[in-house]
Each structure stands twice: as structure tokens, then as C-alpha cells.
Design a protein around this ligand. Structure first.
Ligand code: FDA
Length: 391
């Protein structure tokens, strides 16, 4: 097997890896980018429904989960959302804000992949797609990276192999294994930005497809006011994906099904009505949902037959419906992996492992997880760029 010399090896040609390779090569470093997949950046291709929510104009450190919430600050400041927007504009890619500061390509996520590939090819890098990483070891001057094609001797090694979500498109735990090999700690891993499931008996099965504007809370973390979508197995939609990153098994989630509305007043106004309760609620909630929700909580009868105590109890359920998910849909449906290489072991200024000079971790493999809405790609761009400046 030939041994080739190069300055920097980047493992993983996804969002963070391509950014790191471009950033290092444009500083004049020789870079090889190794990925076991034949196809470039599959997650970018499928992201944002094929249009890639590539950043968020409200990007800020408080939109990230990490054992050390301060860790992401330096990278986000060194390479900000505006830096990436400027890059997108330089390439003439048309984009729009969908909602809540989320920026999407007008045409296709492929525009972002092409941009990153062009940035890598500006000075030139060695592309090694479809190449297995067989092993990594430390030498006096850097690292040896043994691959299915050749062995590389490099000064700096950037691990950008991502998390565990969506294994069929190439996710593996290689980054965590390399971290363990170098005795770097890993915080607990879990699926994040993921639909939650209910036990069949709790499942409002007939509600699949119903969507509601809710204020959702996962037991910890912020409240999210967005849509909740009922599925055949549980709940999904942006509000649920957001709180799933804060939820831990065994905990209840709380949904205000009528945020900002006064259901007590609605009941007061209708207290002498002959109409059935679900029909009263159907003014404010999808009819199918009102029917199932009432049936699960009270006997259904005309409005005027309820006692004030019964209505007060129902109002409290509507404004604070507490349900205990049985689990999540796991890595096969998760957008991200929560947890990762412990940031205590890494420099926030450079992304380099404190006790392994020349070894860098970027993107999702690190214990930094963004909210839904373009925050995870921004972390990939920021951390990748910073590592490339230092590798
Ligand atoms: P990423 O997963 O992009 O890249 C890792 C690379 O490493 C891959 O190319 C993989 O093949 C390679 N690799 C893995 N194991 C290897 C091994 N053993 N040997 C060699 N190579 C290996 N975020 C966002 O901000 N906006 C959005 O719109 C979306 N949408 C979205 C949709 C879906 C369906 C998913 C699953 C995820 C998103 N995300 C998102 C999250 C976003 O895709 C994710 O945070 C980034 O892709 C992470 O970038 P990384 O470069 O760290 O990993």
C-alpha cells in the first residue's frame, strides 16, 4: 500500500468536512477529503425537503444544546450566518426566508453542494469518495490514516464524520470510535429533532394527519410555539421535533393546544348552548381532534349540562395537556444526534483536541446540537471553517 504525504486529512465529505477542506486548502494547505460514500453530502441533498435550510438569520449560541453552552460561541462568531449568506450570494444562489429566520434555497439543495465542491476545487484538494477508513494512528509528526486506497501521512486530521442519524445514507459511529481511541470523553448520545411515539392505547390513531398550532414544552428547555402533527405512531411537526431534543425517556411533555386563547371565556359564552361540547370546541380546533380529545377526557353531552368544575378541568387539559411519550422514532427518523465528543476535551477557538495536537472534531460529531431551522448547518459551516483555519 503506498504511503502518501499531505498536510491535512479530513474524514467525512458532508457539510462540516467540505467546509473544513475548503477553508484549509484556501490557506495553502494540501488537503485530502476521504468519505466512504460514493455520493457527496447526502444529508445536504435531502435537507429542508430538498431545498436545504442552510442557515438561520437568528443564529445565536442560545439556540444550541451542549453540556457546555458557551463552547459554540467562538466558532459562531469567527464564521457567522452572515459569512455563509455572503458566500451563497457570491455564488448567485437564490434563497428566501421561509419563517422564523430560516433561509432556504429557491431551487435545490444541490446548489449548496455545488458551492461547497467549487470552494474545495478553487485551489484543489484530493477527493477520495467511496474510500473506507481502515485505521488511524498517531505518529511523531502527526497521524497515519490507512484507507482502502492508500495510506496517508498527515500533520492534521479533521474528523467530520457526522452523527448516527439516517444510517442508510452513510451515518456511522466512526468519529466517536476515533475519539475513544484517543481517550476523549463522549457525552451520552441520543436521537434529536425526532418524532415522539405513544403507546398504542394512548395513540389518537384516528387523528393521523391532524395538525395544530401548539405551545410545546419537553420538561426541560424552552417552549416552542409551532405546529404539532399527529402521526400513526405518535406526534411530529416542528414543535415536537424541537422539544424532542430536550426530552428524556420517562418524562411527560406538555402541550398548550390553544395557546394565546381563553378557552374559559369560550365555555362561559357557550354555557347555555344545546350544542355538544366538541362542536363548541370545533370553532377553535380541528373537528376530528376536538371530538377525540373530549371523548378521552369527559362524557360528551350538550354544553349546558356540564358543571363549572368539569369545564374548568377540561380547560386546564386544553391549555396544559400532559402526555408521556413511550419513546422516539430513533436514528432512522432523527435529523441529528444529541451529544457527542465532549467539548471540554476540545478548544473552542480551534476545534482541536486539547491533548492531541493536530486532531480536530467538527460538525455533528461534537456535543453541539442546534435547534430545528438551519442552526445545525450553521454549526457545520462555523466549526468546519474554524478547524480549516487551524489545521
Ligand atoms: P454529515 O452527516 O453531513 O456528513 C458526514 C459525512 O461523513 C458523510 O458524508 C458520511 O458519508 C461520512 N462518513 C460517515 N461515516 C464515515 C466513515 N466510517 N468513513 C468515511 N466517511 C464517513 N440541518 C439544517 O441546519 N437544516 C436543514 O434543513 C436540515 N435538514 C435535515 C434533514 C434531514 C432528513 C436530516 C437527517 C438532517 C437535516 N439537518 C438539517 C441536519 C444536518 O444535515 C446535519 O446537522 C449536518 O449534515 C451535519 O454535518 P456534518 O458534516 O457534521 O455531518
Amino acid at each position: 500500500m503506498p504511503i502518501l504525504d499531505i498536510d491535512v486529512i479530513v474524514i467525512g465529505a458532508g457539510a462540516a468536512g467540505m467546509m473544513a477542506a475548503a477553508s484549509a486548502s484556501q490557506r495553502g494547505r494540501g488537503v485530502a477529503l476521504v468519505d466512504h460514500s460514493e455520493r457527496l453530502a447526502e444529508k445536504i441533498r435531502i435537507s429542508g425537503g430538498g431545498r436545504c435550510n442552510f442557515t438561520n438569520i437568528h443564529c445565536a449560541p442560545d439556540r444550541y444544546l451542549s453540556r457546555n453552552p458557551h463552547y459554540c460561541k467562538s466558532a459562531l462568531a469567527q464564521y457567522s450566518q452572515q459569512d455563509f449568506i455572503d458566500l451563497v450570494n457570491r455564488y448567485g444562489i437564490d434563497w428566501h426566508e421561509k419563517k422564523l429566520g430560516q433561509l432556504f434555497c429557491d431551487h435545490s439543495a444541490q446548489d449548496i453542494i455545488n458551492l461547497l465542491k467549487s470552494e474545495c476545487d478553487l485551489v484543489g484538494i484530493e477527493w477520495r469518495m467511496g474510500t473506507q477508513v481502515l485505521g488511524v494512528s498517531q505518529t511523531d509528526t502527526g497521524f497515519l490514516v490507512e484507507t482502502s486506497r492508500e495510506t496517508w501521512r498527515c500533520q492534521s486530521l479533521v474528523i467530520a464524520s457526522g452523527g448516527l442519524s439516517i444510517p442508510p445514507i452513510g451515518a456511522t459511529g466512526l468519529g466517536y470510535e476515533i475519539a475513544k481511541q484517543f481517550d476523549l470523553p463522549i457525552t451520552p448520545l441520543a436521537a434529536g429533532l425526532v418524532p415522539l411515539t405513544f403507546e398504542p392505547k394512548d395513540l389518537y390513531g384516528e387523528l393521523a394527519g391532524v395538525s395544530l398550532d401548539c405551545d410545546a414544552h419537553g420538561g426541560e428547555g424552552p417552549h416552542f410555539r409551532e405546529n404539532v402533527l399527529f402521526t400513526h405512531r405518535g406526534v411530529s411537526g416542528p414543535a415536537i421535533l424541537q422539544i424532542s431534543s430536550y426530552w428524556t425517556p420517562g418524562r411527560e411533555i406538555t402541550l398548550d393546544l390553544l395557546p394565546g386563547r381563553d378557552v374559559t371565556q369560550l365555555f362561559e359564552d357557550a354555557k347555555r348552548s344545546d350544542a355538544l361540547l366538541p362542536n363548541i370546541l370545533a370553532d377553535w380546533l380541528p373537528k376530528r381532534f376536538a371530538q377525540a380529545f373530549c371523548a378521552a377526557h369527559v362524557a360528551i353531552k350538550p354544553m349546558k349540562q356540564y358543571t363549572p368544575a368539569e369545564l374548568a378541568l377540561l380547560a386546564s387539559h386544553l391549555h396544559g395537556w400532559r402526555v408521556k411519550p413511550s419513546g422516539s422514532e430513533g436514528y432512522k427518523k432523527a435529523e441529528v444526534t444529541r451529544g457527542g465528543v465532549d467539548t471540554d476535551a476540545l478548544s473552542s477557538k480551534t476545534m482541536m483536541a486539547r491533548k492531541v495536537p493536530g486532531l480536530f472534531f467538527v460538525g455533528e460529531v461534537v456535543d453541539v446540537t442546534g435547534w430545528l431551522g438551519g442552526y445545525n448547518f450553521q454549526w457545520a459551516w462555523s466549526s468546519g471553517w474554524v478547524a480549516g483555519q487551524n489545521a
